[in-house]
Design a protein. Structure first.
Length: 348
């Protein structure tokens, strides 16, 4: 396990150690595949889709970070940073971890935190949800293994999942094709109403907390109808597979309907396994439908969380579940929650 890294100052006493192209916490925005771990004196980060094993580091306290820099990047780089701190000189070197087991545990802890937020659970696409309790247990174990990095009282990441009162072990009462049919069908069109248009779309995972909405690109459907001179857009979103009861009111998703005449908003309520709602518009056509929870995330660059990267993450999750049925001692070996998820699904 080694990689060439660039080392240099970022101003204000902050230093960066990073492989070429690796994301850091100083970037303007983080893609949804970025794993972040807060450590003593800084932060580590990895690109999951790039298969990055040596982390990037943003160091805000070089003296504190010296306790682990040698373990993660090798003694030569640790000494070079200490010697260069006042010289503000950028240079490159090969990172050769002195304690590769610690680096591996840090990667797994970062991935476990990432999975708690971004795992693409989908009944429609057949990606089994992870058991939160198993995930929490493994996080606790990995935090103990990573104590030289994170300290013994380090807080959990700010990006920790928002509780939605879910239970991962509840039975799912329908087949994937039933949900796909529900997502693609007409959502409660009134008798006699004229259908003006309909569509099926995905949604920006950055705009909702985990565990509310199915992660599929076919999870959200809409239909625009005309009845008695009024145009109504009805929106349906398939609930996440592990959502077992209604979420708190402040976490109910909303649908923002964009038309040539402007925007309208529909509040969605949970009815069975579907979030549903409707809004009246002044236009007979729909340009876009976006589902979100107020106060969660913000619209951002598509390349950081758009359909293409979401599809790559689904493919990665499906691959990891297929691997979970075989013995694996690699750095990125499946977590216990992934092994349990694969065992519970005959497709894996």
């Amino acid at each position: 396990m080694s990689a060439t890294v660039r080392i240099g100052p970022a101003g204000g006493g902050i230093w960066i150690v990073a492989p070429d192209g690796a994301p850091t916490v100083l970037d303007d925005g983080a893609a949804i595949d970025v794993m972040v771990l807060e450590v003593v004196g800084g932060h580590l980060s990895w690109s999951l889709l790039a298969g990055q094993r040596i982390p990037a580091a943003v160091i805000d306290d070089v003296e504190l970070a010296q306790d682990w820099l040698w373990a993660v990047y090798g003694e030569r780089i640790a000494v070079a940073i200490a010697d260069s701190e006042s010289g503000e000189t950028e240079f490159t070197d090969v990172a050769e971890p002195a304690v590769p087991d610690l680096v591996a545990a840090a990667w797994r802890l970062g991935f476990a935190y990432w999975a708690a937020r971004w795992w693409p659970a989908s009944t429609i696409d057949g990606i089994t949800a992870l058991d939160d309790r198993l995930l929490d247990q493994e996080i606790t174990t990995l935090r103990a293994e990573c104590e030289p990095l994170i300290g013994d009282d380090a807080p959990a990441p700010d990006d920790e999942p928002i509780s939605t009162d879910i239970a991962a072990d509840d039975e799912i009462p329908a087949h994937a094709e039933d949900y796909a049919l529900a997502a693609g069908g007409a959502p409660h069109r009134p008798a006699g109403a004229l259908s003006l248009g309909r569509g099926t779309v995905g949604w920006d995972w950055r705009r909702c907390p985990p565990g509310l909405i199915d992660a599929s690109e076919r999870a959200v459907s809409w239909e625009s109808t005309r009845d008695s001179g009024t145009t109504t857009v009805r929106v349906t979103a398939v609930a996440a597979p592990q959502l077992s009861s209604a979420a708190p009111a402040h976490l109910h998703p909303r649908a923002l309907v964009t038309t040539p005449a402007g925007t309208a908003e529909a509040e969605l309520d949970l009815v069975g396994d579907l979030w549903t709602g409707a809004t009246i518009t002044t236009s007979d056509s729909v340009s876009a439908v976006d589902v979100y929870v107020p106060g969660v995330g913000a619209p951002g660059a598509p390349e950081l969380g758009g359909p293409e990267i979401r599809q790559q993450i689904r493919e990665l999750a499906a691959t990891r579940l297929r691997r979970a049925t075989a013995a694996d001692d690699a750095v990125d070996a499946p977590l216990l929650a992934e092994i349990a998820a694969a065992a519970s699904d005959s497709d894996f």
